[in-house]
Design a protein around this ligand. Structure first.
Ligand code: PEP
Ligand code: MN
Length: 285
């Protein structure tokens, strides 16, 4: 590509993005958290309920995720809900329940932070700070987590381009936090069969452009339980470094995102089915 602001690369991208793009040595960034490496040979599965609801739920899911071969535990304590009347999360109480589940299983915890003021609190508990799709372009929040030294899982906004996602990663990297994981979680299109349209093209595109690890969230990306396993396998085949999967022992009773959550048996079956796919692309699970 030629022209102002666009570098000569296999894919067109603004030359003003610097830190998020692949370096000359081509070396990939491996994000590390409590012994788990994201961006290496192993495909990392981060799983758990959409929201932290109860202690019982968190312990049950954490043990199931660990037993099935998952590497990290997720759960939202601060929830970005479309309506103010929906369950907003347990806040600090939820963070404490995540820590209890980590203490029992050793699984590092990934949880969302919604505002710059909450970063100090959330990073006291979390191993990875999740920036949600709705906050991908919340620049004060990006700057604040750029000051942190806790790894950040940055989700693509559902109306954001791949280049804009890299621009948001640049905010965090330029603050000095080099531990950033990019996450494709579906974009908004005319399609109504699914909650969002999972843009798996983003995986090889981001891997070609950036040194950062790229994971896929087929739970939010499809919004429908039956679509999660095939799109998970497709994501691994496309080169994803990891998956973010919503799991709930009783999805029909979940306080949020039940229709896209796998139950524990379904999660175990998914993990088994991913192994040959990972192997086919020279990865392990
Ligand atoms: C979530 O991970 O529960 C979540 C709210 O995701 P997103 O920001 O992608 O909608
Ligand atoms: Mn959710």
């Amino acid at each position: 590509m030629t022209g102002s602001g666009v570098t000569t690369r296999a894919l067109p991208v603004s030359s003003e993005i610097k830190l998020a793009l692949k370096r000359h040595d081509g070396e990939a960034t491996i994000v590390k958290s409590r012994g788990v490496e994201i961006g290496g040979e192993k495909v990392v599965v981060i799983a758990g309920p959409c929201a932290v609801e109860t202690k019982d739920l968190m312990l049950k899911v954490a043990h199931a995720v660990k037993a099935a071969g998952g590497s990290m535990l997720r759960g939202g304590a601060f929830k970005p809900r479309t309506l103010p009347y929906s369950f907003q999360g347990l806040g600090e109480e939820g963070l404490k329940l995540l820590v209890e589940a980590r203490d029992e299983t050793g699984l590092p915890i990934v949880t969302e932070v919604l505002s710059p003021e909450d970063v100090k609190l959330v990073e006291r508990y979390a191993d990875v700070l999740q920036i949600g799709a709705r906050n991908m372009q919340n620049y004060p929040l990006l700057k604040r987590v750029g000051d942190s030294r806790t790894p950040v899982l940055l989700k693509r906004g559902f109306s954001a381009t791949i280049e804009e996602l890299l621009g948001s990663a640049e905010y965090i990297l330029s603050g000095g936090n080099d531990q950033v994981i990019l996450c494709e979680r579906g974009i908004r299109t005319f399609e109504t069969m699914t909650r969002f349209t999972l843009d798996l093209t983003a995986v090889p595109a981001l891997k070609a452009l950036s040194h950062l690890p790229v994971i896929v969230d087929p739970s939010h990306g499809t919004g429908r339980r039956i679509l999660v396993p095939p799109m998970s396998r497709a994501a691994v085949a496309a080169g994803a470094d990891g998956l973010l999967i919503e799991v709930h022992p009783e999805p029909e009773k979940a306080l949020s995102d039940g229709p896209q959550s796998l139950n524990i048996d379904e999660f175990e079956a998914l993990m088994d089915s991913l192994k040959p796919v990972a192997q086919a692309v020279h990865r392990s699970l």
